[in-house]
Ligand binder design. Structure first.
Ligand code: 5GP
Ligand code: ZN
Length: 136
């Protein structure tokens, strides 16, 4: 897609530091890492968000995420990793080409990816579940 920074990386029009690729998926380093080694995994064909990813491609993404995760654990010596995806602007998506963030984690690294809230009651919790189910 024209004017998409990640499509330009796929096409080689702008550089990126590659970690892994196959025919349909590219993994490269995020330029502003939450932790060094922070990767982005993207489909090579433009899709805006997870809702535009087919189940087949999702399966391939999962495979590549597992491959890169092994690299983080064995190659970087990470103790764990986060997989995160921002969908739509309200969720913090800045680049409108679907991408999975992979962040290597180490015991005691102190990185907190999001603050947590709490429910006021069991009823409120049930109501939220019901609202989500009503839209499925
Ligand atoms: P989002 O907020 O859309 O989930 O994440 C977009 C990510 O893309 C950000 O973490 C940002 O640092 C990364 N990013 C944006 N522009 C570039 C770039 O030109 N090169 C690389 N390697 N990463 C980028
Ligand atoms: Zn794109």
């Amino acid at each position: 897609m024209q004017d998409c920074i990640f499509c330009k990386m796929v096409n080689g029009d702008i550089p990126c530091v590659k970690v892994y690729e196959n025919e349909s998926i590219l993994c490269f380093l995020d330029i502003a890492p939450a932790a060094k080694g922070h990767c982005l995994v993207i489909p090579k064909t433009h899709a805006e968000n997870i809702l535009e990813i087919s189940p087949e491609l999702a399966g391939e993404m999962h495979e590549v995420i597992s491959i890169v995760a092994k690299g983080m654990l064995k190659g970087l010596g990470a103790d764990g990793f986060n997989v995160n995806m921002n969908n739509f602007k309200a969720a913090g998506q800045l680049v409108m080409h679907a991408h999975w963030h992979m962040i290597p984690r180490f015991h005691g690294d102190g990185l907190q990816l999001w603050p947590q809230d709490k429910y006021e009651s069991e009823e409120q919790m049930q109501a939220f579940s019901q609202k989500i189910r009503s839209g499925i």
